[in-house]
Design a protein around this ligand. Structure first.
Ligand code: SF4
Length: 207
């Protein structure tokens, strides 16, 4: 199967793939992405719906103490680290970027708690750039499809960028996330009728 055929199949499976986190501004998206680590988007949306009513700017967020923020985001898991990163990133945004979330990849990566995955999501979703964020789903799917052969998300990001055309990166990221989340699950993937059976390492090993 060629890369163009893979793209075609993903377009057929998820023609409307998009970010499932609710946000209105780049800052809200940044907070939501930090909260989404090891947590479902659904849970994050429930938490941020309340949180953003009052605390949707770096300034407002910094009016909360670490423990107050922890309490508000508790149900997202890893709340101590996430609260610390959100407060530190908010302070970085005010002190180093004039209160505006930077749109540049390297500047985003310089914010506390922001790694390549989060920065890539920000570049493509908040700033309409071409980026390929590699989360656990993208990592698993790209290995199963034989596009990559590595458990290192940073390496896989570059492999995917080489393999697919730049114009397809951002959309494919969401398509692969949805595919991994709802069909090609880590345990008991729904292989029946999957268009990728012929190239799938997992399927051909298991059958
Ligand atoms: S055949 Fe199964 S494991 Fe392979 S890509 Fe499809 S759903 Fe995933």
């Amino acid at each position: 199967m060629t890369n163009a055929e893979i793209v075609k199949n993903f377009n057929k499976l998820f023609p409307d793939a998009r970010c499932e986190l609710d946000y209105k501004t780049p800052y809200e998206l940044l907070v939501a992405v930090i909260l989404s680590a090891q947590c479902t988007d659904k849970r994050v949306n429930i938490v941020t719906k309340e949180l953003f009513k009052k605390y949707n700017t770096p300034q407002a967020m910094l009016s909360l103490s670490q423990s107050q923020l922890e309490e508000k985001i508790h149900s997202c898991g890893f709340f101590r680290n996430k609260a610390k990163n959100i407060l530190q990133a908010s302070s970085d945004i005010i002190n180093r970027f004039n209160g505006q979330v930077p749109s540049n990849f390297d500047d985003l990566c310089s914010l506390s708690g922001v790694g390549r995955k989060t920065a890539n999501v920000m570049v493509s979703e908040a700033f309409n750039g071409d980026a390929f964020a590699v989360d656990t789903h993208v990592l698993r799917v790209s290995n199963r499809l034989g596009i990559a052969n590595s458990n290192d998300p940073n390496k896989v990001e570059f492999i995917l960028k080489d393999f697919f055309a730049q114009k397809d990166w951002s959309r494919l990221h969401y398509q692969m996330v949805l595919f991994g989340r709802y069909k090609c699950k880590a345990i008991k993937p729904g292989c029946e009728g999957c268009p990728f059976q012929s190239i799938c390492k997992y399927y051909n090993r298991e059958k």
